[in-house]
Design a protein around this ligand. Structure first.
Ligand SMILES: [Zn+2]
Length: 459
């Protein structure tokens, strides 16, 4: 386990402007968070490098941006209307609502009882809780209501009347937006199997489980790639996407020993294979992304419910079939949390000073360069350099405080390069670039800075 605690990270994020509590001045809203100035840059950069890797550099992949609100029939086809539910019970003493399966899993872990909660029926769960007198984590009593299935989809209604036929849902996953556009994308892009459809977008789940900061939130962003292929090739591509997903994380700077595959023993009835990649978060190993061989289940279901043939005609063999799908899905907020955990470092410096430094991969760092004039009369020159770099990169300028303090401020938000402007800059047109991680400095001509930065942030 790392030294970093979630509490320490939450504080740091709040202090420097990565993440604030949602609706903060109203004492928050449970499991919602807002990204601050450096947080939104970090998040945008994560999305950018993901899109570059899985769309731009991925042969035969096409992007979509589907609507959050979809025809309710979509959720009947996907099964979410009937089976996307958690087993909930209420504490009759303190009114706290809990997930029965989570309570049992926690209890079993603590008391070293070997059970598989996922396969338990409501009756079995109620019996377990009664037998072991599993207590309410809030008030410590054991006085539970019976278990009710609680659908995780957020409902809303369209139009002015509140009748049930107007009921629509905020999408609980982005995947259906890719499935319903399968034919559109295939035709308009003249895509040949195998090909992929990628999307980044928001999804909503009415979770009541405490979320470990931005690990589990009720509103979150998914980055997702569906890869459509022939049945006989599906396991090959499944393995390939496991590797691609892992390599993406390694290239972002994650350590091999802090990542692991978790292959699922228990599969959804339609799935041929499924695995997660887990990362060693401060709270322990937890999932960051999933890779699934979903067979041709989703397209077949949409074919059944929409009455539209979701088939592909192979131009060489003239064979007509509903393609298999390899899904690779990663939570943007969850990856961002992992990036924060991976980057966070406290270092003792010579002279007894300490610094907090975020060792982000430069490609995802909020600011690429901080321009720091050494003295007041260099501010104009510094502004001129800042203005020219601004056209290509997200840069910041800091004119106040000792140079040491200004370095610390950039270290704690992960700025890879600090550019200092001194009197030599006026004479010979050179500046000093200081590296965030090594703290080493190099002298570079002003006109070469952009190229230097470009190389530094390549992904
Ligand atoms: Zn209680």
């Amino acid at each position: 386990m790392k030294d970093l605690t979630m509490e320490k990270l939450v504080n740091h994020c709040k202090t420097v402007g990565f993440v604030y509590r949602g609706s903060d001045i109203y004492d928050g809203l449970a499991n919602t968070w807002d990204y601050g100035p450096v947080g939104v840059e970090l998040k945008n950069n994560i999305k950018k490098v993901w899109w570059k890797r899985f769309v731009q550099e991925n042969d035969n992949t096409f992007g979509v941006d589907a609507a959050i609100l979809m025809n309710p029939r979509v959720w009947e086809a996907s099964g979410h209307t009937t089976s996307f539910a958690d087993p909930k019970m209420d504490c009759k003493e303190c009114k706290r609502r809990e997930r029965a399966d989570n309570l049992i899993a926690d209890y079993a872990k603590k008391h070293k009882i070997d059970i598989v909660v996922d396969t338990m029926s409501n009756e079995e769960m109620e019996a377990f809780i009664a037998k072991h007198k599993v207590a309410c984590p809030t008030c410590g009593k054991c006085n539970w209501s019976s278990i009710r299935q609680f659908n995780l989809m957020f409902e809303t209604s369209r139009g002015v009347t509140d009748e049930s036929q107007n009921k629509i849902y905020l999408r609980p996953e982005t995947a259906q937006g890719e499935f319903v556009n399968f034919l559109n994308v295939q035709r308009t892009s003249r895509a040949k199997i195998p090909f992929g459809i990628a999307q980044i977008g928001k999804a909503f789940r009415n979770e009541i489980t405490p979320g470990n900061f931005i690990f589990r939130t009720i509103e979150f962003e998914q980055m997702e790639h569906q890869f459509f292929c022939k049945e006989e090739d599906s396991m090959k591509f499944y393995e390939e996407y496991k590797q691609k997903a892992l390599n993406f994380l390694l290239d972002l700077g994650f350590k091999k020993e802090e990542l692991r595959f978790h292959d699922h023993d228990k599969l959804a009835f339609y799935a041929a294979a499924a695995c997660d990649i887990e990362y060693l978060f401060p709270m322990g190993w937890s999932e960051v992304n999933g890779i699934h061989n979903r067979t041709n289940y989703d397209l077949s279901r949409h074919q059944e419910f929409s009455g539209k043939a979701m088939t592909y005609l192979d131009p060489t063999t003239n064979e007509k079939f509903v393609p298999y799908d390899i899904e690779y899905s990663i939570g943007c907020d969850r990856l961002l949390l992992a990036c924060l955990c991976n980057a966070y470092d406290e270092q003792k410096l010579d002279g007894g000073d300490t610094r907090i430094v975020m060792h982000f991969h430069p490609a995802i760092a909020p600011y690429k360069v901080a321009v720091l004039p050494l003295q007041k009369d260099l501010n104009d020159k510094a502004r001129e350099i800042y203005k020219s770099l601004q056209k290509q990169f997200m840069v910041t300028i800091d004119e106040a405080g000792s140079i040491g303090k200004r370095y610390r401020r950039q270290d704690q938000i992960g700025t890879p390069l600090c550019l200092t402007v001194d009197f030599d800059t006026l004479n010979d047109g050179t500046v000093t670039l200081r590296d965030r991680d090594t703290m080493e400095q190099v002298r570079v001509k002003t006109e070469d800075v952009a190229k230097y930065v470009q190389e530094k942030i390549a992904f």
